[in-house]
Design a protein around this ligand. Structure first.
Ligand SMILES: [Zn+2]
Length: 231
């Protein structure tokens, strides 16, 4: 995989002794790759990511992995409140829900997979900590969204996907059970409503149910993910 450098000034030091144990995937949500790269390298914008992956598979390195890039913003995953301290951020070029959300091309997904496999080889990132931006900020973010090929990533050893034959406690018909399972997986119940958190879960792990109420399949998938992640 060819890496091109396009250094961004928007980064700082990681706190000393901090392990990198979260991988956050985004979409750029802008009209073009060039516009996104310009913004992520603009000192006035004060945002960045470690990498940007274009739709043709070109991968840009903006910030060294040893540095703290400014991609995650407010939010939380598990017991981590400052996700930037502990994460690598990858921006995947797509206009996003605001400008014409569209499927991620095969060449782009192959590049994302190669890039993420390298990141996972360099850092102790548990499979359950490969997350969407929307997972750590369900009230603010939708990216990379329900068209992203999370099952394809999981087949390539990146992140989790629910097994089809999972067994666990059945759904009791209420939202409280679902809310408790979402919190165990890593969602912070104090930063978003149940509906927002459920939508974030659906975008990542149950896209065909996006916008629908929780159901028995939601609970089945959550149990499978929890079992795989040991949470
Ligand atoms: Zn994002």
């Amino acid at each position: 995989m060819a890496l091109r450098d396009r250094p961004s000034p928007n980064h700082g030091p990681r706190p000393e002794g901090t392990a990198v144990d979260i991988l956050v995937l985004h979409y750029t949500g802008m009209l073009s790759a060039e516009a996104a790269l310009d913004r992520l390298c603009d000192p006035a914008a004060e945002v960045s990511a470690h990498y940007v992956v274009e739709e043709d598979g070109t991968v840009w390195r903006l910030v060294d992995e040893g540095r703290r890039a400014w991609h995650a913003g407010r939010g939380a995953w598990g017991d981590v409140g400052d996700v930037n301290n502990r994460s690598i951020g990858v921006e995947i070029v797509n206009p996003g829900h605001e400008y014409g959300y569209r499927p991620f091309p095969q060449a782009q997904m192959q590049a994302v997979i190669g890039l993420c496999q390298g990141i996972l080889a360099r850092h102790p990132i548990p499979a359950g900590n490969v997350i969407a931006h929307s997972d750590m900020a369900p009230a603010r973010k939708q990216d990379p969204g329900e068209l992203f090929d999370w099952p394809g990533l999981a087949r390539a050893g990146i992140g989790l996907w629910p097994a089809t034959d999972a067994h666990g406690p059945v759904w009791d018909g209420g939202d409280d059970q679902v809310a408790a399972l979402l919190a165990r997986l890593g969602y912070d119940p104090t930063i978003a409503t149940f509906t927002e958190t459920l939508a974030a879960f659906q975008r990542h792990w149950h896209p065909e149910a996006l916008g629908q109420p929780a159901d028995a399949e939601t609970v089945r998938r959550l149990h499978s993910l929890l079992a795989q992640s040991g949470r």
